[in-house]
Design a binder for this molecule. Structure first.
Ligand code: AR6
Length: 179
């Protein structure tokens, strides 16, 4: 685990499963446009939440790349899920801008609901093919740039599935720590 604190908000990197984050108000889903279950993060979240999650999300679909919508957590240990559609790398352009929109919109939506803790996966870095190092840079820079606008959030967790991804994010975070 690696943690920095800026503007009174903790930003943590941890290795783990986004669908198993008790103690966090909102987890972020790397969703598809239809807000259905799928592979990767979306599959894990929908499986853990139960079929009520897809039922609740259906009326909000489809969403566009960069957009974020909120639902309850159904059977998850978290009261809320924020569903973001990341860009398909090289197809939805500009990919960096759309990926930044995901993080920014999710944070602002959470804060609007007075949510105090949120956990993100590395959006778009799986099936959507975004290379991990540039995705880490966009994720961390966008989170830092948005902090000043947040009134309620106190804890932002980034949950990385494996050690390789953790190493890449840690490297990027280390650059920020020195600032
Ligand atoms: N917890 C944390 N991270 C995970 C988990 C997990 N349980 N499972 C995978 N990852 P992806 P995307 C990592 O493919 O690229 C879905 O089918 C994974 O290693 O879930 O935004 C949707 O329905 C990768 O680094 O999301 C969409 O169609 C990262 O999380 C599409 O895939 C994101 O991988 C979205 O693709």
């Amino acid at each position: 685990m690696l943690k920095i604190t800026r503007h009174n908000i903790d930003i943590e990197l941890v290795q783990g499963d986004i669908s198993q984050q008790p103690g966090i108000d909102a987890i972020v889903n790397a969703a598809n446009a239809q807000l259905e279950s799928g592979g990767g993060v979306a599959g894990a979240i929908h499986r853990a939440a139960g079929p009520g999650l897809a039922d609740e999300c259906r009326p909000m679909a489809p969403i566009k790349p960069g957009e974020a919508v909120i639902s309850s957590g159904q059977r998850l240990p978290n009261p809320f899920v924020i569903h973001c559609l990341g860009p398909v790398y090289g197809k939805d352009k500009p990919s960096d801008r759309l990926l930044a929109d995901c993080y920014r919109n999710a944070l602002l939506l959470a804060d609007k609901q007075k949510i105090t803790s949120i956990a993100f996966p590395a959006i778009s870095t799986g099936i959507f093919g975004y290379p991990i190092a540039p995705a880490a840079e966009v994720a961390l820079n966008t989170i830092l740039d948005t902090l000043i606008e947040l009134k309620f959030l106190r804890r932002i967790k980034i949950v990385l599935f494996d050690q390789d991804m953790m190493n890449v994010f840690e490297k990027q975070m280390a650059l920020l720590r020195r600032e």
